[in-house]
Write a protein that binds this ligand. Sequence first.
Ligand code: C5P
Length: 208
Amino acid sequence: MTLIIAIDGPAAAGKGTLSRRIAEEYGFHHLDTGLTYRATAKALLDAGLPLDDEAVAEKMAREVELAGLDRSVLSAHQIGEAASKIAVMPAVRRALVEAQRGFSRKEPGTVLDGRDIGTIVCPDAAVKLYVTASPEVRAKRRYDEIIAGGGSADYAAIFEDVKKRDERDMGRADSPLRPAADAHLLDTSEMSIEAAFQAAKMLIDAAL
Ligand code: C5P
């Protein structure tokens, strides 16, 4: 039987790093579901298609290939913004959720991270984590990442962006970001990723 680990939380809470660490530790397949929304958005932008036509966006969503999704070509700010706009569309979500559920059944186990994994995509996941951190800490992490990568960044603008993204993800009618009733909360505001990983490992080992 496939063991599914569902990891949800807002942008820049540390989900991605934590999910990759867990997948590596247990030899499980990992899917960053945010990339499926980003790939759909990028395909629309590249084709010069509108972001507000649900039927067009759904068609693009159905063409997204899960293999080979790469954050480095999907990380642009404009793609993230467009992704969170099309993510409010029920037909887009239905198409991507279907593909994500297919992925979740891979043997011997899977780690999926996103916003609605524990609530909608994999409600029967063996372990559900809700990873969060204060908006200030998340904005600071984003800022440090950009600076470390040699770029230039404006903390105030990033902070506003984090809050705007939270509002859109938590406020939408279809599959809003919220912890599943049976999710374990991990607040990484004052916790290193290593400490978060150790906490997650204890929960997963108990479910194995
Ligand atoms: O995680 P990431 O920032 O790459 O996700 C981009 C956008 O995709 C998010 O702001 C969110 O609106 C959407 N998303 C979603 N459901 C998921 C994963 C991402 O709605 N499971």
